[in-house]
Design a protein around this ligand. Structure first.
Ligand code: 5CA
Length: 452
């Protein structure tokens, strides 16, 4: 993409309404525009990051054996009356009436709808286990939408639902989700810690939230410092193996780590004092096992091997896709702007032309652009007639992890400059070497297809 043809409405001033750094940077970098409280348009660069996150979520869900689909945003109220949540959910549920006077709602989550789909089409234990998921916009009429996309009213969520014959099978689905989530967040450059939480309006006894530690997080968390030494890395886990998934769950959940909702001061006190941590975190996902809550209420059962009709055991599992954009920025920025992890960066590499209009500099930039594209990478070329200082400031603000700077002086010696946004370190090398280096860096983050 050439910046002169893109739509990147960066702001010079820091917007007064934004209280936390990710919200400020998303506005300043021209990623989002508020349309009304807690509802945003995703401008081109914000949209690109959102799609990259979505793509990683899809890839890891499919790797875990979960099946993608799409349910509508608007749901009939009747389904929610069946489960009892139409009244129980409270004011966060946006109730709508259509022209036929039918009660509808904008879905805040999809347990009822997926249970309805399941009961209409599945009748035998032979069709289990099954996990269906979608990535769809949700609406919750939050009392206090704030912090930009962090607590929106309209937000994008991955929500998945497992259907199993027995509690043991459903607990395996729970563990499998935990493993796949660890892998998902790791690919986004995040450490997200599973913590014992409260299940709220979704219901059930077993639930973990995944929290990214950040001072601006909305949740207060209590944990054993040893937990931050754990890293999932790029290990391969056999998702069909009950033992392998359980081993990962035990490794990542055996130490004390809880949100304030489930915090137990006596248990916490048993941790050696030097390891006790009280901090704040951003909830980027949550997994639930709620047994037969919805299948009992809505008659979702299958025939078991003996011919008995039994209700299915279920769980639901969410990832805050749009919230993750903010969470990643909270975890990765400096005073000059965003620092995207390679896995989610909107463009792989910036190209800054120090002397636009200089025949040699222009040609070198065009060649770099073509060579990066030939490697399957997406460069963002700042080809505007602007001063170098302004171009650098924009690149730092929008946070591409790598930048190649091209100027007449370097070109005389056959070199360009490759700069890391994270460390600020620069190295001179030939244009070919710079392209090869950038391609090598991204080999571990194989370029992601836009869209699904
Ligand atoms: N049905 C279950 C799991 S599919 C569910 O709705 N879980 S949830 O309520 O925990 O939401 C899943 C994730 O969506 C949360 O972990 C959080 O990351 C994200 N989320 C929830 N509310 C908001 C909001 N108002 N704005 C942005 N993201 C949100």
């Amino acid at each position: 993409m050439r910046l002169s043809r893109y739509f990147l409405p960066v702001l010079k001033e820091t917007p007064a309404e934004a209280q936390i750094v990710s919200h400020r940077l998303m506005l300043r970098a021209g990623m989002i525009k508020q349309s009304s409280a807690g509802i945003y348009s995703w401008l081109p660069m914000g949209f690109k990051v959102l799609k990259k996150i979505e793509r990683i979520v899809h890839e890891e869900q499919i790797r875990a054996g979960h099946v993608p689909m799409l349910m509508p945003t608007i749901q009939p109220a009747d389904l929610w009356k069946e489960s009892g949540r139409y009244d129980a959910y409270g004011a966060e549920l946006l109730r709508i009436r259509d022209r036929q006077d039918r009660d509808m709602l904008y879905g805040p989550t999809n347990e009822e709808m997926i249970t309805d789909i399941f009961r209409s089409h599945v009748a035998s234990y032979k069709d289990l286990p099954l996990t269906l998921y979608h990535i769809q916009w949700k609406f919750r009429d939050e009392m206090r939408p704030r912090f930009g996309v962090m607590r929106g009213r309209e937000f994008l969520m991955k929500d998945g639902y497992n259907f199993d014959l027995t509690k043991e099978d459903a607990l395996h689905a729970y563990n499998r989700h935990l493993v796949s989530y660890l892998r998902t967040y790791e690919r986004m450059g995040l450490q997200a810690i599973p913590m014992r939480a409260d299940s709220g309006p979704i219901g059930g006894d077993d639930t973990h939230e995944f929290l990214v530690l950040a001072e601006t997080g909305e949740s207060e968390v209590f944990y054993d410092a040893e937990i931050t030494d754990l890293s999932f890395g790029d290990r391969e886990v056999d998702y069909d193996s009950v033992d392998e998934c359980r081993a990962v769950l035990e490794e990542f959940t055996s130490r004390y780590a809880r949100t304030d909702e489930t915090h137990d001061a006596d248990e916490f006190a048993k941790i050696p004092e030097a390891r006790q941590r009280v901090a704040r975190g951003i909830e980027v996902g949550q997994i639930f096992y709620f047994g037969t809550k919805y299948s009992d209420a809505m008659g979702a059962s299958v025939q078991d091997a003996d011919g008995n009709k039994v209700p299915v055991h279920m769980g639901s599992h969410g990832i805050g896709v749009s919230r993750l954009v903010g969470a990643i920025i909270e975890a990765s920025h400096d005073e000059n702007g965003i620092i995207w992890p390679e896995g989610v960066t909107p463009f792989h590499c910036g190209i800054v032309n120090l002397k636009q209009g200089d025949a040699e500099a222009d040609a070198a930039c065009e060649n770099l652009y073509a060579a990066l594209e030939a490697e399957g990478l997406e460069p963002l070329y700042d080809d505007r007639n602007e001063r170098a200082g302004g171009k650098f400031a924009t690149m730092d603000l929008i946070g591409l992890p790598w930048r190649i700077t091209v100027g007449p002086r370097g070109l005389k010696n056959g070199v360009v400059e490759l700069t890391s946004r994270r460390t600020g370190e620069s190295e001179e090398m030939s244009p070919e070497a710079a392209v090869a280096r950038v391609a090598e860096i991204y080999a571990a983050h194989k370029p992601v297809n836009p869209g699904v």
